[in-house]
Write a protein that binds this ligand. Structure first.
Ligand code: FES
Length: 102
């Protein structure tokens, strides 16, 4: 069932240009900060299961640390291959960052 769940404290969220990996409701989530906006996607790369949260941000895309496939932080689409990762809405509620797991 889709639900808003707490991901982390605002103070623990990635700063602009950074990303990280978190767990929410049993789902591993890669969170990126694109120009001050937090965005979330499934943490696991569909290629060989690389940890996207250990990659880097480049032109609004999360780049996988293993073979450098890039995934659009807004859509989850991959530019290099026909691949896609799920993206999740994010919101800040007080001191908490929430993610909508679908
Ligand atoms: S595991 Fe991500 S690009 Fe290969």
């Amino acid at each position: 069932m889709a639900q808003w769940v707490r991901l982390c404290a605002v103070a623990e969220a990635p700063t602009a240009g950074k990303l990280g990996q978190y767990a929410a409701a049993g789902v591993d989530v890669c969170v990126s900060n694109v120009g001050g906006e937090l965005r979330a996607m499934d943490n696991w790369c569909p290629h060989r299961h690389g940890p996207l949260g250990e990659g880097w941000l480049e032109d609004g895309r999360v780049v996988c640390p293993w073979h450098a496939w890039g995934f659009d932080t807004a859509t989850g689409d991959c530019a290099e291959e026909r691949a896609h990762v799920a993206v999740f809405p994010v919101k800040v509620d007080g001191d908490d960052v929430l993610v909508h797991i679908t």
